[in-house]
Ligand binder design. Structure first.
Ligand SMILES: *[C@@H]1O[C@H](CO)[C@@H](O)[C@H](O)[C@H]1NC(C)=O
Ligand SMILES: *[C@@H]1O[C@H](CO)[C@@H](O)[C@H](O)[C@H]1NC(C)=O
Length: 180
């Protein structure tokens, strides 16, 4: 009996701290292909990708009672251009008209964003970049700085697979999230 209660409490805890994977794509019409991605527990602002990205955005597996937002600005400021609600995976295409400069998600009732201490800009950088190389293999690399973010964008546009492959793999380098 007690063990069951402990298990239920643990499961509840795990589900509330689950990170959401959310991405900004180069595609204007779908949430597939090259993308900068962020993983966090909500309340952050993620942005600072190059202008060729942010034309569609996706949140994978939003928990229930959550709200996701995408902004035209690069700092999650001003009015959000797009709002989505959990539960579930949500994709919003910009249609070539709307570009999203920053994205976030929050648990409903806690809309405050967490500020990154001493950050020069308000948004955190994406933690990974996913792309498909010349052999058709989807790869995920880790981004550690704004310089990484910009360099990776440049190499991706130049289809420089050698340069992209020199970045460390993110987790085990596989893409877990479903795409739609
Ligand atoms: C932020 O800046 C303050 C003042 O310069 C410094 O004391 C503090 O250690 C910094 N925090 C981080 C996380 O770098
Ligand atoms: C790929 O990037 C590397 C590292 O920046 C550079 O040295 C190399 O010349 C690039 N290759 C091509 C084909 O652009």
């Amino acid at each position: 009996m007690q063990l069951t209660l402990i298990l239920i409490a643990l499961l509840a805890l795990i589900s509330t701290v689950r990170a959401v994977h959310y991405c900004a794509f180069a595609s204007t019409i779908s949430c597939t292909g090259d993308a900068y991605c962020c993983d966090d527990n909500g309340g952050f602002c993620c942005g600072q990708w190059p202008v060729a990205w942010g034309w569609s955005v996706q949140w994978v597996g939003l928990p229930s009672s959550t709200e996701a937002q995408a902004y035209g600005s690069s700092s999650c400021s001003g009015n959000s251009a797009v709002q989505e609600f959990g539960p579930g995976t949500q994709c919003r295409q910009g249609g070539g008209v709307q570009r999203f400069g920053s994205i976030n998600w929050v648990h409903l009732g806690s809309k405050k964003r967490v500020r990154v201490e001493n950050a020069t800009q308000e948004c955190t950088i994406p933690s990974s970049f996913q792309y498909t190389d010349a052999s058709g293999t989807m790869r995920v690399i880790k981004l550690a700085s704004k310089e990484d973010v910009d360099a990776v964008g440049m190499h991706s546009l130049a289809r420089n697979w050698t340069a992209l492959a020199s970045f460390p793999k993110y987790n085990d380098g596989t893409v877990a999230p479903a795409q739609s």
